[in-house]
Design a protein around this ligand. Structure first.
Ligand code: SAH
Length: 343
């Protein structure tokens, strides 16, 4: 049995043609699954009966279950999904005035072990398949009733660009008019700075949003906070970002988690503004560090946060300061983690 969500429209069409069925049924099947949220082939009433049977024998639509939903006092909602291999993944719904954002995981665990992030704590287990990534979106939009879902951010557990092929396929399907029809500009990939992935992405011809988790403005600090910097140091990362901007004419958002006694002094702000001065079309999103029990990190005092932001503003950098969402249910940035089912 295969996950039908692993197939693009074209791939599904080829399967159908191999079965001597009309190719246009692929569009109907997509619409039943992604638009109408039907999870049983037998209910796809405009398909010939023999095709429905054949689909049922060869494919499944969703093979994991919703284990729990956590509601935050601020409207954020975290879902815990139990996968077939008994590991869990998490996805978060973040409502805002004009948008409803789904924050989606791309891997079971994470291999990058950033000092301040809970996602690496349990280690890395495996990549999510394209079908599983789409399954998260399907749950959020249909089963959990968030029909208005307007934006997708790949900022859940895992490193999106470490699961490049499955992710890109999922994005193309999310983007498809026959599926969720969410515009590429409303889809954000966030990366800890995988240079080869950024380079590949620049050539995809997709108008997606790219966020780069920077978190430090010198190699010593960045390598202490993010192991990935030892492989892909700042100078090379910034050069790759610059090339990305030139090629795509798209802006990059740099994420900067402000961590007490680590990266939030004025010298860091100065270095940051120097780095970004040469990058057109970029902005910084400051995130006061959310606490993770096991990791001894926390945010600087409020005045320090404002000082840092104001320094950047004064030097002409575009800055936003992110409000934490869903901290009470451990759904805020960096608080999602690998969980296993207790036997
Ligand atoms: N692996 C990708 C996707 C994760 S996105 C990446 O690194 O970009 C999650 C974002 O939350 C990243 O910017 C991450 O650095 C940030 N983050 C991690 N731990 C955090 C914490 N404790 N407080 C605030 N943000 C955190």
């Amino acid at each position: 049995m295969r996950d039908i969500k692993d197939l693009t429209l074209e791939e599904l069409r080829q399967v159908l043609q191999g079965w001597k069925q009309a190719g246009f049924h692929a569009r109907q099947i997509f619409s039943w699954i992604y638009k109408k949220g039907i999870q049983d082939f037998s209910q796809m009433s405009d398909l010939p009966a023999d095709l429905r049977r054949r689909l049922q024998e060869n494919f499944f639509i969703l093979d994991f279950r919703l284990a729990r939903v956590f509601q935050s006092g601020d409207g954020t909602e975290k879902s815990l999904f139990a996968l077939k291999d008994k590991s869990f993944i998490e996805a978060v719904i973040i409502p805002a005035e004009k948008r409803l954002t789904g924050c989606v995981s791309t891997q079971v665990g994470c291999r990058f072990n950033c000092r301040f992030c809970a996602s690496g704590l349990g280690g890395f287990k495996r990549n999510l398949t394209t079908g599983e990534i789409l399954g998260e979106v399907l749950y959020l939009k249909n089963n959990l009733g968030h029909k208005r879902l307007s934006h997708i951010v790949f900022m859940g557990v895992g490193e999106p660009l470490d699961n490049y092929n499955n992710l890109l396929k999922a994005i193309r399907i999310i983007n498809s008019g026959y599926s969720f029809n969410i515009a590429a500009r409303r889809i954000t990939i966030s990366t800890c700075g995988i240079i080869p992935g950024i380079k590949r992405l620049a050539d995809e011809g997709l108008q997606i949003e790219l966020s780069v988790s920077l978190h430090a403005s010198d190699d010593k600090t960045r390598s202490a906070l993010m192991l990935v910097n030892r492989k892909y140091p700042l100078k090379d990362l910034i050069a790759a970002c610059s090339e990305y901007i030139k090629k795509t004419n798209r802006q990059i958002t740099f994420e900067y988690v402000l961590i007490k006694n680590a990266n939030s002094d004025l010298q860091s702000a100065r270095n940051l503004s120097t780095i970004l001065k040469d990058l057109n079309l970029s902005k910084v999103n400051l995130i006061p560090c959310n606490t993770v029990r096991e990791l001894k990190v926390g945010p600087p005092d409020k005045p320090q946060v404002l000082l840092f932001r104001d320094y950047l503003l004064k030097s002409g950098v575009k800055v936003t300061l992110r409000k934490p969402r869903g901290q009470d249910i451990e759904a805020a940035c960096g608080q999602l983690r690998l969980r296993y089912e207790k036997k």
